[in-house]
Design a protein around this ligand. Structure first.
Ligand code: FMN
Length: 265
């Protein structure tokens, strides 16, 4: 069978550093609020680097936000020209689109900030723009809804949501309206990470008619449970795949898995 490859379009927003920016300028973000609890990789010399605190970003002007929407469309065009089958919009893990969605990182007073619908406007516009270029059936979106239970979770990447259920179901409604191919849900993957509530999984399924992918600390057994419950269509594996390039065969045959070696990640 033929494989399919989607290119993930990723803008990090504030999760960056002046040394990585043209002219050593500040990174851009919805609002000038520095990211905490996250490190960025910077170059210290040819082929070598280190982890550093992110720099304080500057807020994008309204005009710049609209220009970014055009840049997403151009990036999608580039991906198709390069031979990819489709594109996935990275709207997860505390990066730019996530920074627009979260009220904690988006304190804008133009049409891209304030109300939930305003905070979802950038997501809506880039999804429409990219679907206009590649076709809606070649677009995927990745979210990382975080149902924080501890203060430590709550401040993780600044992904604070007063009501993650409402925020992300409204976001999923936008994807359904545009009619994209799939929704990829990145679940919290650190130790003792909060679980996605079943009520949320059920609401996502009811709201979205495309394919739903789950990722985050899955085993074959946990994955099967999610598929059997009808909450999702596909399970994605990250770290186990790095340690086991033949992961599908290992799962199919019930073979043991190599342990993950973080030094090779
Ligand atoms: C080395 C590494 C790089 C990753 N890069 C990305 C990325 O570029 N985009 C993304 O959406 N997720 C990225 N992730 C997150 C994974 O897609 C996945 O959600 C996460 O590893 C949890 O799944 P797992 O428990 O099966 O590893 C990365 C994870 C690892 C370990």
């Amino acid at each position: 069978r033929r494989g399919v490859i989607f290119a993930q379009l990723w803008h990090v927003g504030r999760v960056s550093h002046t040394s990585l920016q043209p002219g050593g300028e500040a990174p851009v973000a919805p609002s000038a609020i520095r990211a905490d609890n996250v490190k960025v990789f910077i170059e210290t010399g040819p082929g070598t680097g280190t982890l550093a605190d992110p720099s304080t970003p500057r807020a994008l002007s309204t005009k710049e936000v609209k220009e970014l929407v055009e840049l997403y469309a151009q990036a999608a065009r580039n991906a198709l020209d390069a031979g990819f089958d489709g594109v996935e919009l990275h709207c997860a893990n505390g990066y730019l689109v996530n920074q627009f969605i979260s009220a904690h990182t988006n304190q804008r007073d133009d049409e891209y900030g304030g109300s939930l619908q305003n905070r979802l406007r950038f997501l809506r516009e880039i999804t429409l723009a990219v679907a206009g270029v590649v076709g809606k059936e070649r677009v995927g979106v990745r979210f990382a809804p975080l149902f924080a239970t501890t203060d430590e979770d709550r401040v993780y990447l600044g992904l604070v949501e007063e009501d993650p259920h409402q925020t992300y179901i409204e976001a999923v409604k936008i994807l359904e309206e545009v009619g994209i191919a799939y929704l990829s849900l990145a679940e919290a993957d650190w130790e003792n990470a909060p679980e996605l509530p079943e009520t949320f999984r059920e609401a996502v399924r009811k709201t979205f008619s495309g394919k739903i992918i789950y990722a985050g600390k899955y085993t074959a057994e946990r994955g099967n449970r999610v598929i059997r419950a009808g909450w999702g269509d596909l399970i994605a594996f990250g770290r186990p795949f790095i340690a086991n390039p033949d992961l599908p065969a290992r799962i199919a045959n019930n073979w043991p898995l190599n342990p993950v070696d973080p030094s090779t990640m």
